[in-house]
Design a binder for this molecule. Structure first.
Ligand SMILES: *Cc1c(COP(=O)(O)O)cnc(C)c1O
Length: 821
């Protein structure tokens, strides 16, 4: 895509070429004659980083001079992906770089593919944090992201014989050219030990925490550059190191392994990302990770604040701390500890500052995903924090009793401590009580938060819950991943589109009626489909027809996301085609990708089923040219950037009420795919923006799902008897039609959805089948399909993460003027 309106400035081209050569020589230590592609990658990245760094310093200086309020985004996950094209594109030097490298006989496209994905997150939650970092830099919100510099990000998925296997991801093997190590920015983080109370002069107890074990947190900074280099923020990730390298005396005494045990124990904290985003890890190490990064980040930001302002009295006026899910919720207790025990504030004053500074984003209503920690573990690992949590809870419950709230069941429900199955600390309630704003991530999700998980707390604090519907950064998910489509759009509506896609995308609407434009739009998308088809051919040896309907579901594998429903449709379609191979079928390619949590057996079985079905169908000559199934291994951000621009149909089919927002739904629509989906998460708002005529909405609503839950209606026999198609599909799968090597492999799976269909796969099957028939009818009417496709892109502007960030900035963080409405 051509970003620069004029021809390339030859001086800029040669300056960049010189910069790359200089980096190659003096930083990488290679002669251009002998440089490997990887050396070039590093040299280019370093040259780009220099340009970012100049702006970073200027911008940081300016923001300090202006005394701006700062945002601190605390997240255990940042699913960043690659940064090379992102940086070059946002700096406005992508074409310059391409041209400069061309002169050196280096192909930027080839180099781009060498960068490992920074996969420091599981899925949507971590990707949201990455999109937010980019949008904050674009909007000039002074922000720091804080997280953990995991040595091993999310596992690499390999498929062996159809089954998922997990391998460690080694993204740091060749170093990371984007980061700056800051050995001088380090904090000691305590664990364990005990608390002693010493009376002060007035006889009031002062608490001292004598922790038993110290771990050092070392900062690594990555500059995050906004669109057109507008501003540059910092992503600060912490690495864990032992207090002392190793025990020399023990080593010299002959204990060569034991001498390193503390090192291993300390470093394990930043070793691996937990491979699950919606199941409770239940691991001590996970709690250590959470406290480690929260404690380092809070010490860091308080130090910065004190240096600038000299007092913490005005902390909420100049700092806003956002907790991305409950993973950093221990911040409530840690901030209180720092204010009261370390900085000498009285309890009440400290509490006012804490609540006014913190806010919390909820990402899930699934009960099994709401974090709780055993009181015993908390007392052992963080004894002072446990005392503080008891104190917060006592004050919280006393305040309610003072308001004449005496309902025992209600007090039980809003308590920070769960008493039922062993005593546990409820991190969601802690985050809620300790924050001045609590937000959901789509209108439906926020509504359900008020009615379900937080219904009682909402009754007590009716102003606290607010909605901030998720968004995505269009720079990555349109400009970088789909440059040709972007160029076509710019040609149609002008270059202002790039600076204000939220408003200017709408200018494309009239072009939906322009046959010539529709053709070009379709042709461009065919180009993307060809690229994906070539990649699938190269990596998997499967041939697919770029003219077929690409029907795509890519996301974490989870029962609530209902990949199984998609697979049942696939089998039904297969059987229908086999029964009438000469029929007038729409050729279709089903594309699936996604990782299952390593310990999630059912999800891994669904991956195996997908691969079993794919093998059977792809090998069957009867359906050749009409139906293909591809499971692309190791889904990550880079794969998403290739797959999404090639999709015709976007599968967003979760059981209504269970997907908090979804963000891939937005990425697909932006790139012109039509959505088949339930009224769940942000699909609801998408249907309002895009219009029901241009989506395929089906299935039970959240309300209907809830009614079934209340009535305990999970038996699917009636649905199966009522749908001969479904019963044929289930008996084929159950009978081993796709698993001849192990005919009983799916007996349990089919039985479980028959007798207890928790996610209502069978209940929604017929509606889904009908919606898929509408998809085919629309696909056959190319004018109608491409009109809808153009309108999907044109009407997705509201889902820019710039809009989301502007709402957080004005309503929660108070760093921008209020938004309208
Ligand atoms: C956007 C994205 C997600 C989130 O997908 P959902 O369908 O919203 O769950 C997960 N993984 C990657 C790599 C993404 O880019």
């Amino acid at each position: 895509m051509t970003q620069e309106s004029n021809a390339l400035d030859p001086e800029a081209v040669s300056a960049f070429r010189e910069a790359v050569l200089s980096k190659l020589t003096y930083s990488v230590g290679k002669d251009p004659e002998h440089a490997f592609d990887h050396d070039w990658f590093e040299a280019i990245a370093l040259a780009a980083r220099d340009q970012t760094t100049d702006r970073w310093m200027a911008h940081t200086r300016k923001s300090y001079q202006q005394g701006k309020k700062r945002v601190y985004y605390l997240s255990l996950e940042f699913l960043i992906g690659r940064l090379l094209i992102d940086s070059l594109s946002n700096l406005g030097i992508l074409d310059i770089a391409r041209e400069a490298l061309h002169g050196l006989n280096v192909d930027l496209e080839r180099i781009r593919a060498l960068e490992p994905d920074a996969a420091l997150g599981n899925g949507g939650l971590g990707r949201l944090a990455a999109c937010f970092m980019e949008s904050m830099a674009t909007l000039g919100v002074a922000a720091h992201g804080y997280g953990i510099r995991y040595e091993h990000g999310l596992f690499r998925q390999v498929i062996v014989d159809g089954w998922q296997h997990e391998q460690t991801e080694t993204w740091l093997d060749f170093g990371n050219p984007w980061e700056f190590e800051r050995p001088e920015v380090s904090y000691l983080i305590g664990f364990g030990g005990n608390v002693v109370a010493v009376p002060d002069e007035q006889g009031k107890p002062q608490y001292f925490w004598n922790w038993a074990e110290g771990v050092r947190a070392i900062a690594y900074d990555t500059p995050i550059v906004g669109w057109r280099g507008a501003s540059v923020n910092t992503l600060r990730l912490w690495r864990a190191r032992p207090e002392a390298d190793f025990h020399l005396e023990r080593f010299n005494a002959g204990d060569h392994i034991g001498a390193f045990s503390e090192l291993a124990r300390a470093e394990s904290i930043s070793r691996v990302l937990y491979p699950a985003d919606s199941t409770e890890a239940g691991q001590e190490l996970r709690l250590r990770q959470e406290y480690f990064f929260v404690a380092a980040s809070l010490q860091d930001l308080l130090r910065r604040h004190l240096k600038q302002r000299g007092t913490l009295d005005n902390l909420p006026e100049f700092a806003a701390i956002q907790l991305n899910d409950t993973h950093p919720a221990i911040a409530v207790a840690e901030l209180m500890r720092l204010l009261v025990d370390v900085h000498g504030y009285g309890w009440e004053h400290g509490w006012r500052l804490t609540v006014a500074t913190l806010s919390y984003t909820n990402h899930t209503l699934l009960p099994e995903a709401l974090e709780t920690w055993p009181v015993g573990l908390m007392e052992r690992m963080l004894p002072r924090h446990m005392q503080i949590i008891y104190m917060i809870n006592a004050n919280h419950l006393d305040a309610l009793r003072a308001r004449e709230v005496h309902d025992f069941e209600l007090l039980r429900a809003v308590s920070l401590i769960e008493e039922d199955n062993g005593r546990r600390v409820r991190m969601g309630n802690l985050a809620f009580v300790g924050s001045h704003r609590v937000n959901g991530v789509s209108a439906l999700h926020t509504d359900l938060m008020r009615k379900t998980v937080f219904t009682h707390l909402h009754g007590l604090y009716p102003q606290r819950i607010t909605n901030k519907t998720n968004g995505i950064t269009f720079r990555r998910w349109l400009y970088q991943s789909n440059p040709e489509l972007t160029a076509l759009m710019v040609e149609a509506v002008g270059p202002q589109l790039l600076d204000d896609p939220e408003n200017r995308l709408r200018d494309l609407e009239p072009f939906a009626e322009d046959a010539d434009f529709r053709h070009r739009f379709a042709a461009q998308r065919l180009h993307n489909k060809r690229l994906l088809a070539a990649q699938i051919k190269d990596t998997m040896g499967i041939e697919i027809d770029p003219h077929a309907l690409f029907d795509v579901q890519v996301k974490r594998i989870h029962e609530y996301k209902r990949q199984l429903l998609n697979l049942l449709h696939t089998v039904a379609l297969y059987q229908a085609i086999r029964a009438d191979p000469g029929g007038n079928w729409v050729p279709r390619v089903k594309i699936l990708a996604g990782k299952a949590a390593a310990s999630y057996y059912q999800a891994k079985l669904i991956i195996k089923l997908a691969n079993d079905i794919a093998r059977t169908i792809n090998d069957d000559p009867t359906v050749r040219g009409l139906l293909k199934v591809v499971f692309i291994p190791n889904y990550n951000v880079s794969k998403a950037e290739r797959i999404i621009p090639a999709a015709d149909l976007s599968e967003q089919i979760s059981t209504a009420g269970l997907e908090a927002s979804g963000t891939s739904n937005m990425k697909f629509a932006l790139n012109g795919a039509l959505t088949i989906g339930t009224l769940d998460g942000a699909n609801v708002e998408m249907s309002e923006q895009i219009g029901l005529d241009h989506m395929f909405i089906f299935g039970l609503t959240a309300q209907q799902v809830d009614a079934r839950k209340r009535a305990g209606e999970f038996n699917a026999e009636a649905s199966i008897i009522g749908s001969p198609r479904l019963s044929e599909v289930l008996s084929a799968i159950r009978g081993g039609a796709f698993s001849a090597d192990d005919p009983g492999r799916y007996t349990g799976l089919v039985d479980s959805i028959t007798w207890h269909d928790t996610y209502l796969v069978c209940a929604d099957f017929e509606a889904y089948w009908q919606a898929q028939l509408e998809v085919e009818a629309r696909w056959r009417d190319a004018d109608s399909w491409w009109r809808s496709s153009v309108l999907n892109s044109a009407r997705t502007g509201w889902f820019s993460s710039d809009r989301t960030i502007r709402e957080y900035a004005s309503d929660i963080w108070k760093v921008l003027p209020p938004t309208e409405g």
